[in-house]
Ligand binder design. Structure first.
Ligand SMILES: [Zn+2]
Length: 126
């Protein structure tokens, strides 16, 4: 679901809240993967059978890869939500997050929004 559809369906505040919750879920996944990497290093032993060592190495690689991906998603979603939130203030009356999406330009990646308080229109880039 795109930004315009998300805001139209739920309103800006809910979209923002859900995006932050999603980003922080990725942060939790990052922390769990870090614990998984540390646990795999902890149980790793050179005297263990090669199959156990292989399993430990696979766990380290898998947890590391998923953790890096989750960290990237966390940072992306957090900065994306904040970038949109900084533009959610009406330039005319300074009302925060009370607008309707009137148009979407997918090429320019811009939304045209309409303030519900003073009817001013402005653009939000994403
Ligand atoms: Zn306004």
């Amino acid at each position: 679901m795109g930004l315009a559809d998300g805001i139209r369906k739920r309103g800006f505040r809910k979209w923002y809240e859900r995006t932050l919750i999603r980003s922080h879920a990725y942060l939790v996944l990052t922390l769990l993967c870090a614990i998984g990497v540390m646990a795999a290093f902890e149980v790793h032993s050179r005297s263990a059978p090669w199959s156990d060592q292989l399993f430990d190495a696979a766990a380290i690689v898998l947890c590391g890869a998923v953790g890096v991906h989750a960290l990237r998603r966390y940072l992306y979603l957090l900065t994306y939500a904040e970038r949109i939130a900084h533009q959610a203030v009406c330039p005319n009356c300074k009302t925060y997050a009370r607008f309707n999406v009137t148009a979407e330009d997918r090429v320019q990646q811009q939304l045209t929004v309409h303030c519900r308080h003073c009817a001013h229109e402005w653009s939000i880039s994403h």
